[in-house]
Design a protein around this ligand. Structure first.
Ligand code: PMP
Length: 387
């Protein structure tokens, strides 16, 4: 997709709204505007039906039941609900430790930080190796019956590492802790089944899967929901776990996006994106541009992720010189603007100086070979012009 002649290579920051998804949302902004919680009339029922259908579509993406999907404003809120909600739910018992991996998203890290300050929960960091894989033996050592929750993201947003969720889930459950997984980047990269992986809480976001911004979800396993307390109080919607009127059009868009993703994946979307990512890296090499790849070089990598280190170049100034022709990112979009070394890159052992040469390119549904070829020319010129 080219917007105003700009090549978009930042699909891990956000995806454009799929035109079919956008169309499916329209009636719920217009004639079908009823409040889904209005139980006394047809417009309310129609909205409620649409919300139920969206829950079903999202549930089918992750192998859960519809009723286990709780809508939130995005994955930031879902992550906060998972961590703060489980700490509130555990207030009476003795579990006072939470383990998070070193490369979690800021919304997990900061929620954990708030818990340690306000609720005297001890937060411990599970280290990762130089490719971003969680150190499983360290996790094993840290686990004990006083651990309340383990939080590990499925697929990293910066370097694309796909974790061994089955093993992490198994270890976590053996110790009696809850397993929370930030699954925001997962649907694009892997088939994720919450039962298979022992996930109790899974965060999702619509705008990473060609759905609308402003909506996400937390999957809460039936049997674990009594252990989670709300962080937003009000009318008791969504089983009391997340009060507030559910935004029907956004739910519909999220559901349709999930449904379309499944269909596109059956048609080989992941393989096509992986092919373009690999073509990009191979052709950059052919141009004899000096770079190395950050993160895993195995199959356990997001198919659309290329996090590259351009030796001796300042990533910010390269990206600036590529404006307005090419969109990519220096780190997680959420932390861009604050120029500080990415905690993900430092956790995998990169020095601040090396990390400042890293650019994340991410490919998606509307990427194509022509964009890859044009991007390479633009990057080559930008690097050659770099002081
Ligand atoms: N977790 C991960 C891994 C993400 O990539 C993001 C988005 N950058 C979030 C959480 C936050 O998602 P949202 O924008 O829906 O709040």
């Amino acid at each position: 997709m080219k917007i105003d002649n700009c090549i978009y290579m930042d699909y891990q920051a956000t995806t454009p709204l799929d035109p079919e998804v956008s169309k499916s949302m329209e009636p719920y902004y217009n004639e079908l505007f009823g409040n889904p919680h209005s139980a006394d009339h047809i417009l309310g029922w129609r909205s409620q039906q649409a919300v139920n259908r969206a829950q079903k579509q999202i549930a089918s993406l992750i192998g859960s039941e519809s009723e286990e999907i709780i809508f939130t404003s995005g994955a930031t809120e879902a992550n906060n609900l998972a961590l703060l909600g489980s700490a509130l739910g555990a207030a009476a018992n003795q579990k006072k430790r939470i383990l998070i991996s070193a490369i979690e998203h800021k919304s997990v890290m900061e929620a954990a930080h708030a818990l340690s300050e306000q609720h005297k929960i001890l937060i411990e960091i599970i280290p990762v190796d130089e490719q971003g894989f969680v150190n499983l033996s360290k996790l094993y050592d840290l686990l004990n019956n006083d651990v309340l929750l383990v939080s590990v993201m499925a697929v990293n947003n910066e370097i694309g590492t796909i974790q061994d969720l089955k093993e992490i889930g198994k270890l976590t459950h053996k110790s009696g802790a809850l397993f929370h997984c930030d699954g925001v980047q997962a649907p694009m990269a892997i088939d994720l089944d919450v039962r298979d992986t022992c996930i109790d809480l899974l965060s999702l976001s619509a705008h990473k899967i060609y759905g609308p911004k402003g909506i996400g979800a937390l999957y809460v396993a039936h049997e674990k929901s009594p252990h989670i307390k709300p962080i937003i109080h009000g009318g008791g919607q969504q089983k009391g776990l997340r009060s507030g009127t559910v935004p029907t059009p956004l739910c519909v868009g999220f559901g349709e996006a999930a449904d379309k993703l499944t269909k596109e994946q059956k048609k080989g979307e992941r393989q096509r994106i992986e092919y373009l990512r690999d073509l990009f890296i191979d052709n950059l090499r052919k141009e004899e541009i000096a770079f190395s790849v950050n993160g895993p070089n195995t199959d356990s990598r997001h198919p659309g992720n290329a996090n590259l280190n351009f030796t001796g170049c300042e990533a910010h100034s390269i990206l600036l010189s590529l404006q307005p022709k090419l969109c990519a990112a220096t780190g997680a979009a959420c932390s861009s603007g604050i120029i500080e070394p990415s905690h993900v890159l430092s956790s995998i052992g990169l020095s601040e100086k090396i990390a400042s040469s890293a650019i994340r390119f991410s490919f998606g549904r509307f990427s194509d070979e022509q964009q890859v070829a044009e991007a390479i020319t633009l990057i080559k010129n930008a690097i050659e012009a770099h002081p």
